[in-house]
Design a protein around this ligand. Structure first.
Ligand code: UD1
Length: 422
């Protein structure tokens, strides 16, 4: 397995282009299953998770062509579709469960493996299941697979309320409802920009949807959907991650494609900590204000709150901020696995249940550390960039799931970072 070597060497300056959102692309791709006509996605990120979704869709009989070095995906699913999503692919990535809603809507039945354990928490699928059951699906678990069947061969619109504003459940139900008979209303729907992006794409395909971006989404089912070309929204998590590079190390970096509305709650916390974020014609410009970073308290919440996917990276920043910060993780129960690794670098962190208390130290020191999940990996790189000496982050395969050309992008702003091939 590859590792990444990082050396702290002062301020970072320059420009980083931000890619299309992994999480948006992973829900837009299965939308191809809803139509016989082609779906073209531009601004796709080049990531191993996208390759996994490609593999899954191909195994279902869809065509997926990767054009312009992967920046454009041409998808089509005409003809017969296989309705079984195999464990061997699904276990690699939880987002594979996003084929369930579309398969059920198109075929009237689907067999999708449960994704299985995930390092950051239990992540069950009950909300997806209850939502699809409300639309008239009968779902049972057999041998690790969800066997779903639409009563009478076709889903029917319904009004339903999600117990939690789950991103994936909202996406699955939204996609399924586009082809259901009648009207569906999802209450307590998730409001993430990736859901807005999905709804916009589905509308281009002919779906009738209102209210995306609010907690009430209404869908009027149609008989068929057509083709579309859609540009994937900017990745707000990649954006937030690179915003932290000049915040931690000093300097000034412009993030091309970034918009404030994608990261407002995060930018507010950066401002409180002593980091300036301004919108420019081409993106966001981030620089450190004068003086040492200040401690801030952070609570992760569904959008528009502070994203759980930036919590690990924010912790890396707070390790050297003056004072004591408390990070509260409200989305995933086991998402502080980066804390013991940051301790190896000299950070002072105490974790109690869903809270981590970070007392800022003057300087972190480089150390060999291990990446435990996608966002934890990049938080260790950020910490390494601010540390004295060398940090080697091992097990970086997680990183390639979510960050394209990560070394190149960091090097583009003057960071000392290299990949050590296994
Ligand atoms: C998506 C993102 C992920 C992000 C997360 C929260 C994708 C591909 N992934 O994941 O990067 O961290 O949103 O912003 O878009 N839950 C249940 N039952 C369910 C579904 C979820 O209890 O049926 C719980 C989960 O365990 C978790 C919470 O709801 O505690 C939020 O999960 P959810 O919003 O569904 O996350 P994902 O869609 O899996």
């Amino acid at each position: 397995m590859d590792s990444i070597l990082v050396k702290g060497n002062g301020a970072l300056n320059g420009v980083i282009p931000i890619a299309g959102a992994k999480n948006a692309c992973l829900t837009l791709m299965p939308a191809t299953l809803l139509s016989e006509e082609p779906l073209t996605l531009t601004n796709a990120p080049r990531l191993s998770d996208i390759a996994t979704m490609t593999q899954l869709l191909r195994s279902l009989g869809a065509e997926v062509a990767s054009l312009q070095e992967g920046k454009v995906l041409a998808l089509a699913s005409h003809g017969s579709i296989n309705h079984v999503a195999d464990y061997e692919i699904v276990r690699k990535m939880r987002a594979s469960n996003l084929v369930l809603g579309p398969l059920l809507a198109r075929e009237g039945h689907a067999v999708v493996s449960l994704p299985g354990g995930c390092a950051i928490g239990a992540r069950p699928m009950d909300l997806h299941i209850h939502g699809l059951e409300a639309l008239g699906a009968e779902i049972e678990l057999k041998d690790g697979y969800l066997h779903a069947r639409a009563k009478g061969g076709k889903l029917r619109g319904a009004e339903l309320t999600l117990r939690m504003a789950s991103v994936g459940a909202t996406e699955n139900i939204l996609m399924a409802a586009t082809l259901a008979k009648g009207t569906t209303v999802i209450h307590n729907a998730a409001r993430e920009p990736e859901i807005v992006d999905l709804a916009q794409c589905l509308r281009k395909m002919g779906a009738q949807i209102e209210g995306e971006g609010t907690s009430r989404i209404e869908i009027q089912g149609v008989d068929r959907l057509g083709g579309a070309t859609h540009q994937v929204v900017t990745d707000r998590i990649e954006l937030g991650t690179y915003m932290l590079a000049p915040a931690i190390c000093g300097g000034e970096v412009e993030l091309l494609g970034g918009r404030m509305n994608l990261v407002a709650a995060f930018a507010e916390k950066l401002d409180e900590a002593g980091v300036s974020v301004v919108e420019t014609a081409n993106g966001l410009k981030v620089s450190r204000k004068n003086g040492r970073l200040k401690a801030v308290n952070v609570t992760t919440e569904p959008f528009p709150g502070f994203p759980t996917d930036l919590q690990a990276q924010m912790m890396a920043l707070l390790c050297t901020a003056e004072g004591t910060s408390v990070l509260e993780e409200k989305i995933f129960e086991n998402r502080f696995m980066h804390a013991p690794e940051l301790l190896r670098m000299g950070a002072q962190i105490e974790v109690h249940g869903g809270h981590a208390t970070v007392t800022g130290v003057e300087k972190l020191r480089g150390a060999p550390v291990m990446a435990t999940d996608l966002r934890a990996s990049v938080s260790l790189i950020l910490a390494g960039l601010a540390a004295e000496g060398e940090t080697v982050v091992s097990r970086v395969y997680h990183l390639d799931r979510g960050y394209e050309r990560v070394e190149e992008k960091f090097r583009g702003i003057g960071a000392h970072i290299e990949r050590i091939k296994a």
